[in-house]
Ligand binder design. Structure first.
Ligand code: AHR
Length: 510
């Protein structure tokens, strides 16, 4: 067969797989930060609010997004948080300074409200504990309050607060970004490794079945990266299940090609953390494998280089629920988010939990106006499509792709792709990004032994204006649309498609 010179190709074969997908990689994150909680998920008095003050318009969108896990209550916020402030009668709860975001925390929303929210969202809670200003005692007190059935002061206090049934929280983060000098109660790797191990040991005394995430690095660029992981795991390897990774990306200095290749960093970060975990495992002569919890990832314009949703600034000191980090995302940002999801799926053998940061208003797929509407940002769409169709087993995809040179990453493939097979139905979904800004990319996939007979759909997110955004006034300016001309040939053995420039693609085969 002769090929067009600039065609990207790969082969799919059900015998060559990466791993089943853990649905918990489609997680999200609710932090007490800006308007994520207040006027985001919680707004008593909003026309759609339920009896608990939860916005049902937001809950509908969270379910549509397909969020499986929600991490809470921070983020940087958790490192100064007293969980006791957020339980009991709401009108008696204290107002506190939130040092992380220079805001005033009213505590009108706390653990009970959060559990109500995740249940209604159909998701699993992932609770972070404060290892910044607090320690072992407060962690096990929270665990007892949340999970012990009854008959102790703390579990009876939960029942008196209205929740007789224990919350059954299984997934816990041992602090947040403790390697970061900005973190309240920041620690050295040895200091943190010790307190994480002591906390893990105590939490397992209450319940050996808890799943624990120890803090890795706040990004691969941290000076202490890898040494931090090695030291922390040296203290805690036998006591924890996962190590965390955090990564945020933005376009810098007009270098869009590098931005579109952000997942090169994501994949090398994952592979470097896996190597570090396995090195410590080998040193300890352990058969146990530490998995990865990529519990903060997204596009985030940390320098405020793009418009915020509100057009307002970055908030005033000690304001209540100020407008902070309300990034308004473009088509290009959505394509990068799609590529980051592909990176997570491609490493489904070790990435077992992941949380897009965050869920509502704050660097988020869902935006709201106080008293007003809720809508989908551009980045909503790749997440929702991947959560819906990315369940099953990830197939091993090795691409042979035209390449181009980027300033930050050197030579990179124009095609970034993965594929997931639903074992029950045999259906296969291909997720693919074309990183070229100006050239369409022909794609040919050899399909071996998959018995596929039909292209169900080829959906694309792309736009003549790669900076197009959704806003309150035009909430559906950017949505996925269907592509024609994607066909199966050779009796179902070959798929041919064309990927538009700068595009996110979902190709479903049955
Ligand atoms: O998600 C925003 C912030 O980013 C989180 O609070 C922190 O953990 C990270 O640095």
């Amino acid at each position: 067969m002769t090929h067009a010179p600039h065609t990207a190709r790969f082969t799919l074969d059900p015998a060559f797989t990466v791993s089943p997908v853990d649905p918990r990689i489609f997680g999200s994150f609710v932090e007490h930060l800006g308007r994520c909680v207040y006027t985001g998920v919680h707004e008593p008095g909003h026309p759609t609010a339920d009896e608990a003050g939860l916005r049902t318009d937001v809950l509908d969108l969270v379910r549509e997004l397909g969020v499986t896990v929600v991490r809470y209550p921070g983020g940087n916020f958790v490192s100064g948080y007293k969980w006791e402030d957020g339980v009991g009668p709401a009108e008696e709860r204290p107002r506190r300074l939130d040092l992380a975001w220079r805001s005033t925390e009213t505590n009108r929303f706390g653990l009970g409200e959060f559990m109500d929210f995740v249940r209604k969202a159909g998701a699993e809670p992932m609770m972070a504990i404060n290892l910044g200003t607090r320690g072992v005692a407060e962690a096990i007190e929270l665990q007892e309050y949340a999970n012990h059935p009854g008959g102790t002061e703390l579990s009876d206090r939960r029942a008196a607060h209205g929740d007789a049934e224990p919350y059954g929280i299984r997934l816990w983060c041992l602090g947040n970004e403790m390697d970061g000098p900005w973190q309240t109660g920041h620690k050295t790797a040895d200091e943190y490794g010790r307190i994480a191990a002591e906390t893990a040991r105590a939490m397992r005394q209450i319940d050996p079945g808890v799943e624990l995430v120890v803090c890795g690095s706040s990004s691969q660029a941290m000076e202490t990266f890898a040494a931090w992981e090695a030291t922390v795991l040296g203290h805690s390897y036998d006591l924890v299940d996962h190590i965390s990774l955090h990564a945020y990306y933005q376009e810098q200095d007009g270098d869009r090609d590098s931005f579109l290749a952000s997942a090169v960093d994501t994949e090398s970060f994952i592979e470097n953390v896996v190597a570090t975990c396995d090195h410590i495992g080998a040193r300890l002569k352990s058969d146990k494998r530490i998995n990865l919890s990529f519990d903060e990832w997204n596009v985030w314009y940390q320098d405020g280089a793009i418009p915020s949703l509100s057009g307002e600034g970055r908030g005033e000191d000690w304001a209540e629920a100020p407008r902070l980090l309300e990034d308004n995302y473009s088509v290009t940002d959505a394509v990068v988010v799609g590529s980051l999801l592909i990176a997570l799926l491609r490493h489904a053998d070790r990435v077992k939990v992941a949380c897009q940061a965050q869920l509502v208003n704050v660097i988020a797929p869902i935006a709201t106006e106080p008293g007003g509407r809720a809508w989908r940002q551009t980045i909503f769409h790749p997440f929702a499509q991947t959560s819906r169709h990315g369940r099953g087993t990830v197939l091993d995809v090795r691409v042979d792709s035209p390449r181009h040179t980027t300033r930050r990453f050197g030579e990179v493939d124009l095609l970034h792709a993965t594929a997931v097979r639903d074992e029950a139905t045999g259906a296969v979904t291909v997720f693919a990004v074309n990183r070229s800004q100006d050239e369409a990319l022909p794609l040919e996939i050899a399909l071996r032994g998959l018995g596929l007979g039909e292209v169900v759909e080829h959906s694309v997110l792309a736009d003549a204006d790669p900076d197009a955004r959704n806003t309150a006034a035009e909430p559906d300016r950017v949505v996925p649309r269907q592509v024609t001309g994607t066909v199966l040939g050779d009796g179902g053995e070959t798929l041919k498609a064309t990927l538009e420039p700068l595009s996110w693609n979902v190709i479903r085969l049955a």
